[in-house]
Ligand binder design. Structure first.
Ligand code: 8ZB
Length: 491
């Protein structure tokens, strides 16, 4: 399969579209012309793009949860609660795992079982099975705009149905919904399938319908260095823009060190302004994900993690923050816990509305390093593709020039190892084949050596393991137990 970063012809799109709409009977109900008319009648305050634009212009941070259950009426009830009680600015519809795997038969069985058991037997909303009308029922029952959130390598039918169903924002991308989610799906395949999704969004745009697209920023969710996720955000955004996407929200997942996280948000905006300079009429916004790694089981401790994420989002001036809940360590949250996560986040965001982190040397240094690293990767990707971004990405994954830590995909090199430095910022313990200059490599080495000295151990894989569990155990940096005991015994 040969892919290139070139806008698809309508002919090519329509040819593939026929096959896509046949994948499940509900696909036959999608009529693009009718869908465009339907979308035209959705009032602006129910469009994610309008809400994001307003937030960007007034410098506020919007809040959005994750949520999805099997049945339409229950899903509406859940979202109404998050809208009215949780005061969510943007509503989600999290899609179930069967749908993410294009397994609509099992999703259908899950719907039936949920009706029988009178509780959700799916971990999300099976939008393909509910079809265009089912989605419209949800959209029409709510006053706030809705986004589709999922994790689907092949999301073509899901996009067709949900966009025709009135959703105005669609998450994901050919890298971010493949490498962290699938083992056996090639990167060529997902880039191709996501070009379809983006071309579909581009078609809506050509017809005056603004739909937002959001690459999934946090990737594998734990210890992902900012320059890795920034590269993926830029690549997916650029591939989308080529297909005609005009509204993009670039994402980043909280690492936990305030200065590094604010630097990441600021550098993401600055890099995006540079890389998207050729696309004049594009609206760029950012989304910050509250901590995506392991959570403490204790609810009070979990609230602290949630609030720290909300603080960082506000100080980094993200356009939107995706909130967590105190049930994170247990599984899918109740609607009450979900609303509480929203309320805690909103409280912090409101209190910090007029504050920002003053520019300082540390912040500037972090931004400089993130930008340098990201540019070095991006330059190399383009070089590998001889100027073609899509081809460059495929080669970059093969060569480990883009490499995502802890990913299940066999199309990912898996050579890099991240660990926290002495202040909790995420550094490269091993940068694998990332094309960094000596200056960058040394910077990271030195930071980890400093931590090692403080802890009386070598910077090693043990640090990585300790860091993965640290937040869940009540800390940010995974220090050796011995040190902790000594500290405690002094008190
Ligand atoms: C990659 C995203 C993982 C996060 C949450 C998990 C976790 C998944 C649902 C959900 C509410 C759902 N998540 N599915 N939250 N309702 N159906 O996504 O808990 O935080």
């Amino acid at each position: 399969m040969k892919i290139e970063n070139k806008k698809w012809s309508l002919e090519k799109f329509n040819q593939i579209r026929e096959e896509v709409l046949k994948q499940w009977p509900t696909g036959q109900d999608v009529d693009l012309e009718e869908a465009i008319e339907y979308q035209k009648n959705i009032e602006p305050k129910k469009r994610v793009t309008a809400k994001l634009k307003e937030a960007k212009e007034s410098g506020i941070t919007l809040i959005q949860p994750r949520a999805g259950v099997a049945l339409i009426d229950k899903h509406i009830e859940l979202l109404r609660f998050l809208q009215d009680e949780g005061k969510a600015d943007i509503l989600p519809t999290t899609i179930d795992s069967y749908t993410r795997q294009n397994n609509y038969e099992d999703a259908e069985a899950g719907i039936k079982e949920s009706r029988e058991e009178k509780r959700s037997m799916l971990n999300g909303f099976p939008a393909v099975n509910h079809g265009v009308q089912g989605c419209r029922e949800v959209v029409e029952a709510l006053a706030s705009p809705l986004q589709v959130r999922h994790g689907t390598p092949d999301a073509r039918l899901l996009a067709e149905i949900t966009l025709a169903g009135g959703f105005t924002d669609f998450e994901g991308g050919g890298i971010s919904y493949n490498i962290p989610y699938a083992k056996e799906v090639s990167i060529e395949r997902t880039i191709y399938d996501w070009q379809y999704v983006d071309r579909l969004v581009g078609l809506y745009e050509e017809n005056g319908i603004s739909i937002n697209r959001e690459p999934f920023g946090p990737l594998t969710g734990t210890l992902v260095p900012p320059s890795v996720s920034h590269t993926v955000a830029l690549v997916e955004g650029l591939l989308a823009a080529e297909q005609g996407v005009k509204n993009l929200t670039l994402g980043y997942g909280q690492c936990g060190n305030l200065v590094q996280d604010v630097a990441a948000l600021e550098s993401l905006r600055e890099l995006a302004a540079e890389y998207f300079a050729d696309f004049k009429d594009i609206m760029l916004t950012t989304v910050f994900h509250q901590w995506m790694g392991g959570f403490p089981q204790d609810e009070a401790q979990a609230f602290a993690v949630i609030s720290w994420g909300a603080s960082t989002a506000a100080l980094g001036n993200a356009t939107k923050v995706i909130t967590k809940t105190t049930h994170e360590a247990l599984g899918i949250p109740t609607k009450e816990a979900n609303a509480e996560g929203l309320k805690a986040s909103k409280q912090v965001i409101n209190m910090l509305r007029d504050q920002s982190l003053a520019s300082n040397d540390k912040l500037e240094k972090e931004k400089e390093m993130i930008k340098k690293e990201t540019k070095q990767i991006m330059d190399h990707v383009l070089e590998l593709g001889k100027g073609d971004l899509a081809q460059g990405v495929v080669k970059a994954f093969k060569a480990g020039v883009i490499d995502i830590p802890f990913a299940p995909s066999r199309f990912n090199a898996g050579k890099i190892l991240p660990a926290r430095d002495n202040e909790g910022a995420v550094r490269y313990l091993d940068h694998g084949n990332l094309p960094f200059t000596e200056e960058i490599v040394k910077f990271h080495q030195k930071k980890l050596e400093d931590r090692g000295k403080d802890e009386g151990r070598e910077a090693s894989f043990q640090m990585v393991i300790d860091d993965i569990y640290a937040v869940g155990q009540g800390e940010l940096v995974g220090r050796p137990k011995k040190n902790k005991k000594e500290e405690n015994s002094c008190k």
